[in-house]
Ligand binder design. Structure first.
Ligand code: FAD
Length: 329
């Protein structure tokens, strides 16, 4: 078994597979390790993805894996990465080698299976976990009656009864976007802060502001959302609920390696440059693990950029090494 790679990609969603395509086509030896639990696996269809609108997100990734099978440079394994350790940061002039064949080995990656791999570069494309509001009945509807993004799921519920379950004052933006799609929008404050100017803007566009706390999400016999039950027993009939889960980036592997983070969008994120390079030499990141707003096309583009950036980074290392062996006067 080959255990020495140019790039190991952790995560095989839109970002990771897109990076693998760029790297594989550049004749880089790539291993993708993927637990196959993409963030949007709860949704039957994805939207806003040109060429694949209203198709299954899982079909897109299956097609991506099939396309990668054309390249003998790429291997995709279903499984998890347990840990990654920095072996050798290399040197500025590339003269210090980490392995016998002269490769500047950078990371040792241990899989959940216990298998160990060595790689020159690593791309984290692990996505994020949505931490859902603790409302009875909500988690079971995630990706169906309860959704997050007006661009992803708004059109399908146009002209229907919509509720916005507030998570922060930012949720008013979601409500205003949905007002574009329906005249029947209710903003469920549920104990969150609602500044006066944002409240006025909701009311001005005919959005109902409901102050009473929520008790649960109600469904019918076919498990379709029908209403939001309030704490006083009243209910608000709804066809869909837009919620604002807290994003938890799955970036522990990078943080353990000491990658720098920045505060953004109310959370702490890996600090990456526009190509996806982190502060740890040889470690890159792309997709939802770096940004909650990263949609499928956005993640694919980020993976594409990171793939090209990683290849260029490896080429630079190879130029340095070639010059060290064959100095040009
Ligand atoms: C309900 C819902 C509906 C959505 N609908 C849309 C839509 O219609 N259109 C749209 O553009 N976007 C939509 N999105 C957003 C979309 O899910 C993300 O944009 C996309 O999944 C991000 O791709 P990614 O590759 O960064 O991460 P992911 O797709 O989440 O892929 C990350 C992969 O890494 C794997 N992984 C994580 N940790 C490890 C590890 N330690 N070892 C190995 N593998 C690991 C995961 O199992 C997963 O397979 C939706 C999101 C949600 C929650």
């Amino acid at each position: 078994m080959n255990t020495s790679w140019d790039v190991i990609i952790i995560g095989g969603g839109s970002a990771g597979l897109s990076a693998a395509l760029m790297l594989g086509r550049s004749r880089r030896r790539v291993l993708v390790i993927d637990q196959a639990r993409p963030r949007n696996r709860f949704a039957a269809h994805m939207h806003g993805v040109l060429g694949r609108d209203h198709t299954s997100p899982l079909d897109l990734l299956a097609d991506g894996r099939r396309e990668l099978a054309r390249y003998d440079t790429v291997e995709v394994q279903t499984g998890g990465v347990a840990s990654a350790a920095l072996l050798d940061e290399g040197t500025e002039d590339g003269t210090e080698d980490g392995t016998e064949d002269g490769t500047e080995a950078a990371f040792e990656v241990v899989l959940d299976s216990g298998d160990t791999h060595i790689t020159r570069r690593m791309l984290l494309a692990t996505g994020l976990r949505d931490e859902l509001p603790d409302v009875p009945g909500l988690a079971g509807q995630w990706g169906r009656g309860v959704v997050v993004c007006p661009y992803c799921d708004g059109w399908e519920v146009r002209d229907r009864s919509i509720a916005i379950l507030a998570a922060s004052p930012m949720s008013t933006h979601q409500a205003q976007l949905m007002r574009q799609l329906s005249a029947d929008v209710t903003y469920l404050v549920n104990g969150t802060e609602l500044p006066d100017e944002l409240r006025s803007a909701l009311i001005a566009r005919g959005i109902v502001v409901e102050e009473r706390l929520i008790a649960s999400i109600e469904t019918d016999a076919s498990d379709t959302v029908t209403a939001v039950r309030l704490a006083d027993g009243a209910s608000v009939p709804v066809d869909a609920i837009f919620a604002g889960p807290a994003p938890a980036p799955l970036d522990a592997l990078a943080r353990e390696l000491g990658a720098a983070v920045v505060d953004r969008q109310g959370s702490s994120w890996l600090d990456v440059d526009p190509m996806g390079r982190t502060s740890v030499p040889g470690l890159w990141a792309a997709g939802n693990v770096t940004d909650a707003r990263s949609s499928v096309p956005f993640s694919m583009a980020a993976g594409n950029m990171a793939g090209a950036g990683l290849n260029a980074d490896l080429v630079e290392e190879e130029v340095r090494k070639a010059l060290a062996v064959t100095p040009v006067e």
